[in-house]
Write a protein that binds this ligand. Structure first.
Ligand SMILES: C[S@@+](CC[C@H](N)C(=O)[O-])C[C@H]1O[C@@H](n2cnc3c(N)ncnc32)[C@H](O)[C@@H]1O
Length: 393
């Protein structure tokens, strides 16, 4: 029901009267052409919030669509989110949202836009210029990391298959060393459990006993903190260790179209021709954080961040003066409960401030044992998380 304004004329006096009735009004139909102007100028605020995305849509357009087709609290989904206009508008209109995109760049732009949403234009009040509120907690999930497709319970076939894709020669006669590549011992982690520091320790011991000075450990998933612990251990044992990420099932299946990955059967010549072109086995990024606790105050310091060498990294290497320059964004949940990551602190690069702060601080209100989760996103969109356990007295 809408209020209709009617102007009528009083017969007796001839004067014009404005009346309001609550009778039903059908309003005016929307025409086929919506006159919403495109985002003007590359310097506009909305354009920069959208990361200069070529196909970015104006927020006013998404506002009209979302208001017309949903209610507050509903879930709005955009599976091709690009610069994240739908998510930002849904957030500001009190809707929940799901955004997806196959491009890491799109996810990065969308994430930044939501983190910076308090600086963006408010959509409901004409007077209030800025939205002024942070986005509600959200999580970024990577489907590729969690999907192992039809590989479940095929552990032995999996190891052989990964050795083949990695172009390592299978070895027998060892307990943990399963292959060899360019004189490096190779161990493939389990399909069903993250690689742990104990597992790496046993493989290093076997390498030492058998005169292998170099070792590659390949894994699909990694236990928390394994990277640093393993690097420290290998240094002590004088073994040159590389931790290598096995590409996800989805990455492999999209690179090997036409093959059923579940059969673990791909001709060697295809592996030689296609694998090196399309599939990358990359070293894990390395993140080192120092923790200082004084009373109820805690300070985290990023002391090192390393990315594996890739052609993309080589391209920008001249511009990298400090390893911190490789970080696009990092965030901290000071009391991580093991489920949703709450962005309680974050810093990210902007045009004005092209380097993130190395330091994050926090004051706890109560003593206790806390789990801190740190997430770092590199300039290429890759991410590393780390859990730090602390005792606050
Ligand atoms: C036209 S843009 C989206 C623009 C966005 N609505 C905005 O306003 O900024 C299309 C997006 O779809 C993504 N995309 C294309 N194919 C996809 C697929 N199969 N799955 C997920 N995302 C895809 C692209 O990476 C691109 O970011």
């Amino acid at each position: 029901m809408s209020v209709k304004r009617i102007i009528s004329t009083r017969k007796e006096t001839g004067e014009k009267v404005l009346r309001a009735t609550t009778e039903r009004s059908l309003g005016v139909n929307m025409s086929d052409v919506w006159e919403i102007s495109y985002i003007q100028g590359s310097a506009s605020e909305e354009r920069s919030q959208g990361g200069y995305f070529a196909t970015q849509k104006p927020e006013a357009l998404l506002k009209r669509i979302i208001l017309a087709s949903s209610n507050p609290g509903d879930i709005v989904a955009d599976f091709f989110c690009g610069s994240g206009t739908t998510g930002a508008v849904a957030e500001k209109l009190g809707r929940r949202w799901i955004m997806a995109d196959l491009s890491k760049f799109a996810i990065q732009v969308t994430r930044k836009r939501l983190l910076d949403i308090h600086h963006s234009k408010d959509l409901l009040s004409e007077k209030k210029k800025k939205y002024g509120k942070p986005a509600r907690p959200f999580e970024i999930l990577n489907i590729g990391n969690y999907s192992i497709g039809g590989w479940k319970a095929k552990e032995e076939g999996f190891v052989k298959f990964i050795l083949q894709l990695y172009q390592a020669k299978p070895l027998t006669g060892f307990n943990y060393i399963q292959g060899e590549k360019e004189k490096r011992a190779v161990h493939v982690g389990s399909l069903s459990a993250p690689v742990t520091i104990d597992e790496i320790k046993i493989v290093i011991d076997e390498c030492k006993k058998n005169n292998f000075k170099t070792l590659d450990v390949l894994g699909l998933e990694w236990g928390y903190g394994v990277n640093e612990l393993a690097k420290a251990l290998a240094k002590k044992q004088k073994v040159d260790l590389r931790l290598i990420q096995i590409p996800s099932y989805n990455e492999l299946s999209s690179a090997l179209v036409g093959f059923d990955l579940n059969l673990f059967k791909i001709p060697d010549e295809i592996v030689e021709k296609e694998i090196s072109k399309n599939i990358k086995f990359l070293e894990l990024p390395y993140l080192e954080i120092k923790t200082k606790i004084k009373g109820k105050n805690i300070e985290l310091n990023i002391v090192d961040f390393q990315l594996p060498p890739t052609p993309e990294l080589a391209e920008i290497s001249e511009k990298i003066k400090d390893s911190i320059d490789l970080i696009d964004y990092w965030a901290v949940d000071w009391n991580y409960q093991g489920d949703t990551f709450h962005n309680q602190w974050q810093d990210y690069r902007t045009k004005k401030e092209p380097r993130v702060d190395k330091k994050a601080t926090h004051t706890y209100s109560k003593a206790g044992n806390y789990q801190i989760m740190v997430k770092v996103i590199d300039v290429f969109g890759g991410d590393v998380s780390k859990i730090i356990k602390v005792k606050i007295k």
